[in-house]
Design a protein around this ligand. Sequence first.
Ligand code: PLP
Length: 460
Amino acid sequence: MDTNSYSNDPGHVIEADRAHVWHHLSQNKVYEKIDPRIIVEGKGLKVWDITGKEYLDAVSGGVWTTNVGYGRERIGKAVGDAITKMCFFSGGAGTIPGANFAKMLIEKMPGLDRVYYANSGSEANEKAFKMVRQISHKHYGGKKYKILYRDRDYHGTTLGALSAGGQDERNAQYGPFAPGFVRVPHCLEYRSENGLTGEAYGAAAAQAIEDVILREGADTVGALCLEPITAGGGIIVPPKGYWDRVQEICKKYNILLHIDEVVCGIGRTGTWFGYQQFGVQPDIVTMAKGVASGYAAISCCVTTNAVFDQFKDDTDKMSYFRDISTFGGCTGGPAAAIENMKIVEEEDLLGNSAAMGDHLKGNLHGLMEQHKWIGDVRGMGLFAGIELVTDRSTKEPVGEPQIAAIVADCIAQGVMIGAANRSVPGYNNSLLFAPALVATKDDLNNITEAVGQAIKRVLG
Ligand code: PLP
């Protein structure tokens, strides 16, 4: 072994990263000119990079994941204990952490019954899509195979999940995609194309889904897959009445309702799951990021027994779900998820997400009064966004270079914020906030103060 190949020395790490790491979702050419940022430590909402610079992280690890915050020793210990005793077993056998977390999770999800383990949000969604397809073959002669997804929603990076991708910039150049995925319109009231608002807009946006179902033929549609609140597509909280109507439509046409809670799950909006804010009852729920807050890789595809039971037939050797995730058998994921869930309960992080979410929204409305560039403030719990426009009356979006400059200005001030970039061409003009659920008023005041200064410096 080359003894020089491993070192924590900053110069060594930065050069090793620059030479060999391919960074996610980045134009890696920039690292020929600037040093890649290496994050080395975290506590609560704060992180430190390898040069010692401190940041307030308003995006929970870049992609809304570290719901319980950084530096939770008890999660580290739980993972260590679990993997030392029994690191992994799969292929039909269960594990103690896997069984225990499934029971805890189902207690938070009345009406749902079964947990299928995987490793990423994309993968959990793939499982759901495969379940829908297999149900179609087994029970509907292969006819009820179509999966509807919504403009601006995102369900992951794999080719199946991208086939259900409503963000054109993420999809471009990766086609052709899987057949049988059909897009329905978004439900962003601020960008309403019919001039309707409030409940009338909600009803029209839901009606647009029914129109697609009728156009495609209801007997060909197996499932509708939606984010409870569109995340990367611009923090879109559906209008009043939308979800009630969506539920009715699914029931009317015998269509499974699959809700993608990869971002909203585990407290992000102030309830355990985003769908619980709207009183809907899904058939399938997928989740990932906040399940173990990034302390281990775990995702879940949760179903009702009504879905599960359709795979139970010992007279048909093809009827079982012929699917596996090797690492769905790792014990570190559920061990971390158990501890993560206990922390959310013991520290009332649902309550904090709701209360601090109100504070954050209040701050953002305050910013809107000061800056004419803010056209809309949206969000629920500690999940919020502002849409920046050049003119409130025309709603012309602020350009991507300015959005990038605002994000960079915040980073220079030591505050990490997100942007709805690389998703909807021309409309990547929202700034996104999803701090850990332990955020305090002071944290949120510091975040919004930095954003205000950045907007002023970049846009005037
Ligand atoms: N679903 C939603 C709503 C997401 O935002 C994401 C990722 O950001 C995914 C699915 C994919 O999750 P993963 O990156 O873990 O595959």
